[in-house]
Write a protein that binds this ligand. Structure first.
Ligand code: GLN
Length: 199
């Protein structure tokens, strides 16, 4: 299975480590690579869009001419800024900001305050107990009916997944790569080509 991590900006190395840990635990043979060009994206089964700064990542994607090509990857996991990029609509978007619009989410940037107000929280998620790290995190304001919750606090969705035909998407407002490989494991299991082609 071929898994890429977008490596134009943001937390790349931590995702690679979490993917390695998860694939090892699952006994899945994964070829993990950093993605910077359209060529790097060819034949990927899955792609991670890391956290960082969504407006910067968008500009770099456009500069490298790979913004459009991302939608061809069948399985995508966006964390933090990556979740913003995956969403259908961005509340309070910066001027000229756009997203890939692949996941049925409305998301609000920087909804929990500034960098200095970043925090950690113990969460009981569908995948197990984790310590979730929020860094200038976005908030999911609304989600479409076919979006399933993976982690929430009260009514607030903090991580979720959506299957659209043969495509599989996952988004987290926090940074799972900093504290757990559970989310990467779930992503890999749902991105196995045979699991995608099943009805
Ligand atoms: N606030 C950032 C943005 O809007 C996201 C922060 C992060 O990825 N940790 O893109």
């Amino acid at each position: 299975m071929r898994v890429g991590v977008l490596a134009l900006q943001g937390g790349v190395a931590e995702h690679i480590l979490a993917l390695r840990g998860a694939s090892h635990k699952l006994g899945l043979a994964c070829e993990i690579s950093e993605v910077r060009t359209n060529e790097d994206m060819q034949n990927l089964d899955a792609l991670i869009l890391p956290g960082g700064e969504s407006t910067t990542i968008q500009k770099l994607l456009e500069r490298e001419g790979i913004f459009e090509g991302i939608a061809d990857v069948p399985s995508i996991f966006g964390t933090c800024a990556g979740a913003i990029l995956l969403s259908k609509s961005i509340h309070d978007a910066a001027e000229g900001q756009k997203s890939l619009g692949l996941m049925d989410l409305e998301i609000e940037r920087n909804a929990y305050g500034r960098q200095a107000e970043s925090f950690e929280r113990h969460l009981e998620t569908k995948l197990g107990k984790i310590n979730a790290v929020f860094i200038r995190a976005p908030r999911i304001r609304s989600a479409g009916e076919s979006v399933s919750v993976l982690a929430q606090e009260g009514k607030e969705i903090l991580a979720c997944e959506q299957r659209i035909g043969k495509n599989y998407y996952m988004a987290a407002c926090f940074h799972p790569e900093l504290s757990t490989s559970l989310f990467h494991g779930h992503f890999l299991k749902n991105s196995i080509p045979s699991s995608r082609s099943s009805p």
